[in-house]
Design a protein around this ligand. Sequence first.
Ligand SMILES: C[S@@+](CC[C@H](N)C(=O)[O-])C[C@H]1O[C@@H](n2cnc3c(N)ncnc32)[C@H](O)[C@@H]1O
Length: 309
Amino acid sequence: MKIEHVPVMKKEIGSALSVIKNGIYLDCTIGEGGHALSLLESDNSPKKILGIDLDKFILKTTRERLKNYKNKVCLSHGNFANLKTIIAKMGYEKVTGILFDLGLSSFQIEKPNRGFSFGKTEKLDMRFNTNQIIDAGKIVNSYPESRLKEVIFKFGEEPKAKKIANAIVQNRPIEDTYTLSEIIKKAIGKQQNSRKGINPATKSFQAIRIEVNQEFSNIQSGLNQAIEVLDKSGIIAVISYHSLEDRIVKNILRNASKNCICPDQIPKCICQHKATVKLVSNKVIKPSEKEIKENPRSRSAKLRLAKKL
Ligand SMILES: C[S@@+](CC[C@H](N)C(=O)[O-])C[C@H]1O[C@@H](n2cnc3c(N)ncnc32)[C@H](O)[C@@H]1O
């Protein structure tokens, strides 16, 4: 079966990044290259796209998908948390446009044996980078109950985190995604979210995935380095898919756009912070109704744009 990820808000990304002619773009989450391909095929095709992804299996697909542009594309298996070093190895110090399309790809959800989906019975994995030692199984079966509770509460905003963590510990060892989702369902009680048809394990699975891949700390360091390597007037575009992720992005970009980040109670600025970006818009950009209809996975997407000063 051919699985192809549909890039979200590709028109918006295209018009945001193409303000500079002959650009050098850094796609920090190139995935299957959906955004990259639409940028390369556009009237304002960039000079180069540097692409990073943590998933080495996805990069095989990307290489094939972008083969007609192989002279313009440079791919690297790596973590965007190290993007400065990665682009330096590619021979670049600065770029004119940067894209982060956070979260996971349809490839990862639908390919067997990646353990991201509770709809199937699979080994508990959830790693973007399969070279990494820690996977979902290790977290579920070895974290102390208090730490599990904290992860599920903090990264899943799950009010029943305590009950869920306790049920997990009582039922160890847990080997697969289906068993884990049934344990969570039982711990929460059936009524939770059943009206909306949302699987009660959704929040806990999200939390475990975030912990496995250290997603929030990666965003923090990736985004801060991205601002550094962006050329004057270059654009940074970030698409996030849930509120916690978006909050991190919003705070980093807002702080970077301020000339003072002293707390409100300090009457005179002492921080000497200087704005490095200008927010393109204070509000998030969301996909159109039409896009959501055509690609329901886009419904939770939020795009933030900033321009380097
Ligand atoms: C939503 S998909 C990107 C889809 C892509 N824009 C496209 O149009 O095909 C997100 C991708 O980010 C990758 N990813 C997640 N965290 C990463 C990180 N810290 N560094 C590099 N890639 C990461 C995932 O492996 C996944 O392929």
